[in-house]
Every structure is written in C-alpha cells, then in structure tokens.
Design a protein. Structure first.
Length: 422
C-alpha cells in the first residue's frame, strides 16, 4: 500500500500542500539534503522513495546499524560512476539516522558538502541531538506530524478498495464506527492502521461472498474498546481538553470525572499519562516542582502495573495536579526565548563565559574576566550571561503562587545585592 506518487501521498499538508516547502522543492531540478523528523508510520520512508523518483535519482538505502565505513566507500564510488557515466545523481536514504555514529557521519560529510550525495535521513528522534553540526547545517529539517484520523480513514478505505496491494479483491464493507475506531486506535500511525485492518479482516466471517467489518470485530482484533461518541459526536480530543482545563482551573472533581470517562472509553492510559506530564510542566512548573516528578512516577507506575491497578496512580496524579498551585511562567519564558532567538539569530556567547581549554583560546580572550560564583559572598556574581544586545533582558517572571513565590523572593533578593555592588 506504499504510495508511489506524490499525488497519492496522504497527510503532511503543511509540507506538501500547494506552494508549501516540499511542494516547491519537488519542482526544482535538484533536491537538497533533508532530515525527515516525525513519529512512526507517518510516511518518512515513503516520502523519501517518492522524492527520489520525482528527481529521477538513484536511490540507495543505508542502514546506520548494519553498515560501516566500508559500505560508505562503496556507495561513494558507485555515486561517482553514475554521475560520470549517466549524469545521474544519488540520493542516500538513511533510516533511523539518529543511530548514525560519528565516524559514519564524518565519512559522508564531504560528499554531501560537494553535492555528490543528497542525504535524506528519517528519524523519530530530535536530529539536533544525534546529527553532527556540520551535517545538520547542510540539511533542511522537515517535521512530519502524526496523521489525522481523517487521513487514516482515507488510507484504510483505499486499502479496502485496492485490488492489487490491498483487500479489494474481496467484497468488504466497513461500518462507519469500525472505520472511526481503526483510525483512532492507530494513534496517527498508518502502518498500525493497516496492520489492524488486516487483522480485523482476517477474523471477519463472510456472509456469502460479503465481508462486513463492524466495531465488535475491530475491538476483538486489536483488543481495545472503541472510544465512546455521544449524540453530539464528542471525540477523544474533546475529553482530553476537558481534563486539561479542569486541572488548570483547579477542579479535582471535574478532572477526575473526565479522566474516568477517557479510561472507560478505552483511551490509551499511557497517552493520558503523557498529557499529565505535559500539564505538570506547562501549567504548574516551579509553583510546585514535585508535580512533574509525581506525573512521571504515575506513568512509570502504570507501565509496571497495567490496568486496573495502574489506573489509581493516574487518578492520584490527576488530583494532585488539579489541586497544586498553578504557574505557566516556565512555559511562557521558553516561548519568549524561542521568539527572541528566531528574531535575533545565533548571537555569539560572551567571551567571559566561554571555556578556554587551549592557549589560543586564552589569547583570544576566552574566559577573560570570568567570575567564579563560589568565590563571592552569597554565591552570586555581577556578570553578563546573555549575548550582547540582550543584556538585562528578563524572560522568566515567577508568579507569587506556591514554591514560585519563594523563587521570586530569592531572585529579588539577589537582584538587590547585585545592584548594591554596582
């Protein structure tokens, strides 16, 4: 069921819609090196194959786990031959590029730099942590989103009707509620959706030559009860929104109700746990630093215990988060810093706080004038840590709620001491 043309690719409209970035790139003669970052089953490998076909390039698959420097040299040699003999470029596809070791990356780097190889890497992990900076700077990072339920429904329907690669040689009718459940249970992953469809079909008993896939069959196939939809068509994202906002408004009863609604509807408990962890940082932060630890412990407890015992840990965490003091100061500060960096770019690190491990660095003034905090009263120093042009900027503004009030008092005290030293 893997699409072979861009026109058949489902999802990622933010990249593939008309005049969007990838849409424009496919209309260029040469494809730049790309890093496709996104969760499993959203089409990273499929997209790489399609891009190679769009540009009529040689497509080479490289396993970051199973291959080494010897294979790198062979790929480079073959790419040179193709370019010389047939003027055909080579696209090197590296799946799970986050497993790419440094020696492999260093071996490929000069050939990506000189244009012999176009690198397309696929990863479920943040590439900035695993890909070396020179290689990362030569790649466009494209973020692929989980597929929506409507995208997944389209993929499932296509698989039901396709006679060559799908199940189209059989007469299959899939009931609307069964289709919705298959899409929702896939959690944005097309591969999982197709696997679940295939399993549901395999246990469906035919009525003559007609197969009807109903919600009960889907539940039996994937061992997961369908989410409940009321008469208004309420979906699971409405329930998670209700849970989140009940906790934000410090209402433990409402939060506990929506938690129970989601669990009884068959929502994935570890999905709920992830949202609790996010809430602990976004809406509580340093007003209660224990909130994040408790949310993480609740997830780990559920992971160990499973249902039904582990559900109590999620309930405990939900009540704690709902009744904790609230602050979005950390969330707001990070977003403000992101906006500033986007606006001002990569400003250089002030020299006084740079490390100076070599004589040359010391001669260039790295670390000159650095003040070691532990050598000063109160353990604080009057020293600039932001780049030139941002000196004195305040991003973190603690509230007067919970533990953050203590942090605010501490910062004001330090600020007063430093002002006196001026």
């Amino acid at each position: 069921m893997r699409p072979r043309r861009l026109a058949d690719f489902v999802g990622q409209a933010q990249l593939l819609g008309e005049n969007k970035l990838l849409w424009r790139l496919t209309r260029q003669e040469r494809m730049p090196s790309l890093l496709l970052w996104g969760p499993p089953g959203v089409g990273k490998t499929t997209l790489a194959h399609i891009l190679a076909n769009q540009t009529n390039a040689e497509f080479v698959f490289f396993s970051a786990v199973l291959s080494g420097i010897k294979e790198v040299r062979e790929i480079v040699a073959q790419a040179e031959k193709l370019l010389t003999a047939r003027q055909r470029s080579t696209i090197l596809f590296v799946d799970e590029i986050h497993r790419f070791n440094k020696s492999q990356q260093d071996a490929f780097l000069p050939h990506v730099e000189n244009g012999l190889l176009t690198l397309i890497g696929a990863t479920t992990e943040n590439p900035s942590f695993q890909v070396i900076a020179p290689l990362l700077s030569r790649c466009r990072v494209l973020v692929l989103e989980p597929l929506s339920n409507s995208d997944l429904a389209m993929i499932i329907n296509r698989a039901v009707k396709d006679p060559e690669n799908g199940l189209g040689k059989h007469r299959i009718r899939i009931e609307p509620d069964a289709l919705r459940h298959l899409a929702a249970a896939a959690d944005g992953d097309a591969r999982r959706a197709l696997n679940n469809l295939e399993l549901a079909f395999s246990i469906t008993r035919p009525d003559g030559d007609q197969y009807t896939i109903d919600p009960a069959t889907v539940e039996e196939a994937i061992q997961h009860r369908s989410l409940r939809y009321d008469t208004d068509g309420e979906e699971h994202y409405n329930l998670i929104s209700a849970l989140h906002k009940s906790m934000r408004d410090s209402d433990p009863d409402g939060a506990l109700y929506w938690l129970a609604r989601m669990m009884l509807a068959g929502e994935e408990p570890l999905y709920i746990a992830r949202r609790l962890i996010r809430f602990a940082s976004e809406d509580i932060g340093n007003a209660d630093p224990q909130a994040l630890a408790l949310a993480l412990n609740a997830r780990e407890s559920y992971h160990i215990l499973g249902s039904p015992e582990g559900e109590l840990a999620l309930a405990q965490a939900t009540i704690y988060l709902a009744t904790a003091p609230k602050s979005n100061a950390a969330y707001s500060a990070l977003n403000e810093v992101y906006r500033e960096i986007k606006n001002s770019g990569s400003l250089p690190v002030p020299k006084q706080i740079r490390n100076a491990p070599t004589t040359l660095m010391k001669e260039l003034g790295y670390g000159k004038g650095y003040k070691y905090a532990h050598d000063h009263p109160e353990g604080i120093v009057l020293q600039d840590h932001l780049p030139d042009g941002l000196t004195g900027r305040k991003f973190y503004r603690p509230t007067n709620r919970g533990h953050e009030a203590i942090i605010g008092d501490r910062l004001r005290k330090w600020h007063k001491i430093l002002n006196q030293r001026k």
